[in-house]
Design a protein around this ligand. Structure first.
Ligand SMILES: [Zn+2]
Ligand SMILES: [Zn+2]
Length: 400
């Protein structure tokens, strides 16, 4: 199922494997979407002002079913991560346990209303299994609803027939695109940025080779009965569903493996038709260097990642940890690299430059104005660099 996010025009619709075998159009048949539903939960969270770095614990949690028994959601491998998982990571790795918690935190009603706002029309079960995509939707409505993420927040109505003209040339019926703004373009930009991770190392679609700017989400249901890959470029939103008409029959593998390659082949073909243009960044997106461990503003010793935020939602506190061990490892690696280069008859300057550049960049980050609590600005203390050097020296001696 392929829909143009700018106007809702249906660009391709394949309802089955062979029309001579079966005329049943499966693009309008309801099936459980599994994790392909999760982007609606995370978009609802971003819409509520939560950020990509907001963390929830992945651990066993019991939810009363109301009949005296409990539902205990697990991750795909029947296990738990037993650590805090950021909103970004949870969506990229498709964490079940954390997704259920997000649904609980946001409110089932909020998420259902959000999905309806995006264009989901099928009834959605008002219970926590919704987080794992237990409510059935059609490939048509999910491809149309993902258009909201692709086009900067406009809900579109899918259009199959532009107009019907009678033999006299009179227009009997016509459809014109309707667009309604339902989501802030900064939210859709951040969600798209997260979904890019699905196709990168560590994501559930990392094995798929895509030749242009595109994002997507895998979906698999219990016993591999349904396999989905739903995703989009700025020019087309595509949902691929693989499953048997007999809902009890299971597939041989998960959504990323079964439906992913079909989606990949289709999307890669679209790059021959549409320009290879990346998603447009709206105004008012800010970037901050974040400590990948504590998810606070990075200090010079932190392992860092860059994160995007809607202004005023970014973290203010600086990471209070001193990640000496990481720094020392880095330093040790640099030294080893240098001695290797020495053996290889290389000049010292290359590596000295590297070390110098590193120093300069950490000085840069110290100079970045921070809004944090001044008492936490320990890295601005003049003895910081001296202390670090002393520790590095003593560690080296001990190491030798
Ligand atoms: Zn987990
Ligand atoms: Zn840190």
């Amino acid at each position: 199922m392929a829909v143009d996010p700018s106007n809702g025009y249906i660009k391709a619709m394949v309802g089955g494997r062979d029309y001579s075998e079966s005329q049943f159009n499966r693009t309008i048949a309801r099936r459980q979407p599994g994790s392909a539903f999760k982007p609606f939960i995370y978009a609802a969270a971003l819409d509520k002002g939560f950020t990509t770095i907001h963390q929830l614990m992945c651990k066993p949690i019991k939810y009363p079913k109301g009949d005296g028994t409990y539902w205990i959601p697990r991750d795909y491998n029947n296990d738990y991560h037993y650590r805090p998982i950021s909103l970004r990571e949870a969506l990229v790795i498709s964490d079940n346990v954390v997704s259920v918690q997000w649904l609980k935190k946001l409110g089932i009603k909020t998420v259902i209303n959000f999905a309806k706002r995006a264009g989901i029309k099928s009834p959605l079960n008002p219970d926590l299994t919704l987080a794992l995509g237990s409510s059935e939707v059609t490939p048509l409505e999910i491809a149309a609803a993902y258009c909201v993420f692709a086009n900067g927040g406009y809900r579109i109505e899918p259009i199959a027939v532009l107009k019907v003209v009678d033999p006299q040339g009179r227009v009997v019926m016509s459809n014109t695109p309707t667009k309604k703004k339902v989501l802030n373009e900064r939210v859709t930009y951040i969600l798209t940025d997260i979904l890019k991770g699905v196709l990168r190392p560590g994501g559930t679609g990392a094995h798929l080779k895509i030749y242009g700017p595109a994002v997507g989400k895998t979906g698999t249901t219990q016993h591999n009965r349904d396999a989905w890959f739903v995703g989009y470029t700025p020019f087309v939103s595509v949902a691929v569903y693989v499953g048997y008409d007999n809902p009890k029959r299971s597939l041989w593998s998960v959504g990323g493996v079964v439906a992913g390659p079909i989606w990949r082949d289709f999307i890669n073909k679209t790059f021959e038709i549409y320009p290879q243009k990346d998603f447009e960044q709206p105004d008012g997106i800010i970037v901050r260097e974040i400590c990948s461990e504590t998810k606070k503003i990075a200090n010079p010793t932190c392992p860092k990642t860059k994160e995007i935020f809607i202004p005023a939602t970014e973290p203010k506190q600086k990471c209070p940890l001193l990640h000496w061990d990481d720094l020392l490892d880095e330093h040790k690696n640099a030294r080893e690299e240098q001695s290797k280069n020495d053996d290889g008859n290389n000049t010292h300057e290359d590596n000295n430059d590297k070390v110098k550049n590193k120093k300069e960049s950490s000085e840069d980050s110290q100079q970045t104005p921070q809004d944090g609590n001044p008492t936490e600005n320990w890295s601005n203390r003049p003895d910081f660099a001296k202390g670090l050097q002393e520790i590095l020296n003593s560690k080296e001696k001990a190491g030798n």
